[in-house]
Design a protein around this ligand. Structure first.
Ligand code: UD1
Ligand code: CA
Length: 459
């Protein structure tokens, strides 16, 4: 009953140096799926509807604050890293006596709100609750010491543990929930008389037990949730764990992933029915993908909307683009920001499109650059066509009317307008508008020199 109506204050410890990352970047700013480790913990805290979120920072604090850039957080500086207990002390000024105080870690990114709800649930009838785990190899962790009837008595750090205690497989994740008033009371009583000369947060447990309090606990089911990151190996491992979680969620909703181990989602995606994604596809930012879409191997799609029945072939890069239904893209196509392809348009091999609108049924099939262009319907753009949109200082617009036919290897020097139904002869360089319905070309006259003899090398 104790927790009902209790508000929640969260303290996130993030003052650690991260020496083993060998990086100029603060440890908690290293990323999983393109998002800072600390941001995962903040997002999870927000899911729990915390009243206050307090971040204890130390090394690289300014960098962390600027990157996270969130006005709703309280930042508490820990000038010297004197232990986890000392770290929590830096935040107690913001803690409500009546609150449940949840202590989390900025370098433990994959903990779920679901697990924390269960921990909060366990705490209902006590003043303190611990999130624990059972590990085959518990080396390095603080051990949960229970008495004969299974009640928690204390936590002993590995460095202070006897061989007998080192045998214990149940470990302290570090995550705990404590009553606000009790937290302050007990933190006042801890000292640094241990093998590391640190103020241990874990000493709270023995203090609580000595005051006749019972310590409740929840054993985490998925040990990855409590895994911390100290080096690039652990970072890579948790990246894959996280990606597998996401891949599984998509497959559960019917998405075909040819190999879930070679799929990366760095952001959010909404995906329709009968979508098939080949290997090494990366989806970034915010993407939406319709029904019956196929995405070929090695394609990268960022912040884009893909309509129904679109086929994206291998090795395409698509960014901030809108692709309507039935389009065919690639292989090896690059769609840069502000590209829109209307229904059934086709963009083929080695084509780059930037800030352009390609209307229904138009085709740019081979080796072209189309930039700052407004293209009508059913236009055919021949291989090697270039819109010369940049004069060295300004960008200029190209307009191409419906049903125009642009011959291969044409340079359209913008600003320029090609009328609807116009035909442009191959190899033209056009600096002036081309009339609708007419043939226009600019091409040097072809000549044949009958008397010409190819030079021969003297022996
Ligand atoms: C701590 C726990 C241990 C637990 C383990 C889980 C203590 C005394 N021990 O040990 O029981 O099994 O975590 O990983 O709590 N931090 C600060 N300021 C400090 C010290 C630490 O912000 O002064 C932060 C670190 O950035 C890190 C976290 O607290 O995110 C844990 O600190 P760390 O030194 O790694 O604790 P452990 O010795 O691993
Ligand atoms: Ca640690």
């Amino acid at each position: 009953m104790k927790n009902e109506k209790k508000i929640l204050d969260i303290i996130i410890l993030a003052a650690g140096k991260g020496t083993r990352m060998y990086s100029e970047k603060a440890k908690v700013l290293h990323e999983i799926a393109g998002k800072a480790l600390l941001q995962y913990v903040i997002d999870c805290s927000k899911n729990l509807k915390a009243e206050t979120i307090n971040i204890v920072y130390g090394h690289g604090g300014q960098q962390v604050k600027e990157t996270i850039n969130d006005e709703s957080l309280n930042w508490c500086e820990q000038r010297e890293q004197l232990g986890t207990g000392h770290a929590v002390m830096q935040a107690t000024q913001f803690i409500n006596d009546q609150a449940n105080v949840l202590i989390l870690y900025g370098d433990v990114p994959l903990l779920t709100a679901d697990t924390l709800e269960k921990l909060l649930d366990e705490k209902k009838n006590s003043s303190i609750a611990l999130l624990t785990a059972e590990l085959k190899n518990p080396a390095g962790y603080g051990r949960i010491v229970r008495n004969k009837i299974g009640n928690i008595e204390k936590i002993t750090e590995e460095k202070d543990a006897t061989d007998e205690i080192k045998e214990i497989k149940e470990i302290n994740s570090g995550v705990m929930v404590v009553d606000g008033d009790k937290l302050k009371l007990w933190l006042d009583k801890i000292n640094n008389k241990n093998s590391q000369g640190e103020y241990y947060l874990t000493d709270l447990i023995e203090l609580a037990v000595n005051e006749g309090e019972s310590v409740s606990s929840h054993i985490v089911i998925d040990n990855n949730e409590i895994e911390g990151i100290n080096n690039k190996i652990q970072l890579a491992e948790l990246e894959r764990v996280y990606q597998n979680r996401q891949a599984k969620k998509l497959m559960e909703k019917g998405v075909t992933l040819l190999d879930p181990n070679r799929f990366d989602l760095r952001g959010q995606v909404e995906i329709g029915k009968d979508v098939s994604i080949d290997i090494n596809v990366i989806l970034e930012g915010k993407c939406s993908i319709g029904n019956n879409v196929t995405i070929g191997a090695n394609s990268i799609i960022k912040d884009s909307i893909i309509g129904d029945g679109v086929a994206i072939l291998e090795n395409c890069v698509i960014e901030k683009s809108k692709i309507k239904s039935g389009c065919n893209i690639g292989p090896f196509a690059r769609l840069r920001p502000e590209t829109q392809l209307d229904e059934n348009a086709k963009v083929g091999n080695f084509v780059e499109i930037k800030k352009s609108h390609i209307a229904k049924g138009s085709k740019v099939n081979h080796l072209s650059y189309i930039g700052d262009t407004e293209m009508g319907e059913n236009v055919n753009v021949g291989a090697g066509t270039i819109t010369c949109n940049y004069d060295g200082a300004y960008k200029h617009l190209t307009k191409i009317g419906d049903n125009a036919f642009i011959g291969s290897n044409t340079a359209l020097v913008a600003p320029i307008e090609i009328g609807s139904g116009a035909t442009i002869g191959a190899g033209s360089t056009l600096g002036k508008d081309a009339d609708a319905g007419k043939l226009t070309f600019s091409r040097a006259k072809q000549v044949t020199i009958s008397s010409w003899i190819r030079p021969i090398k003297n022996k």
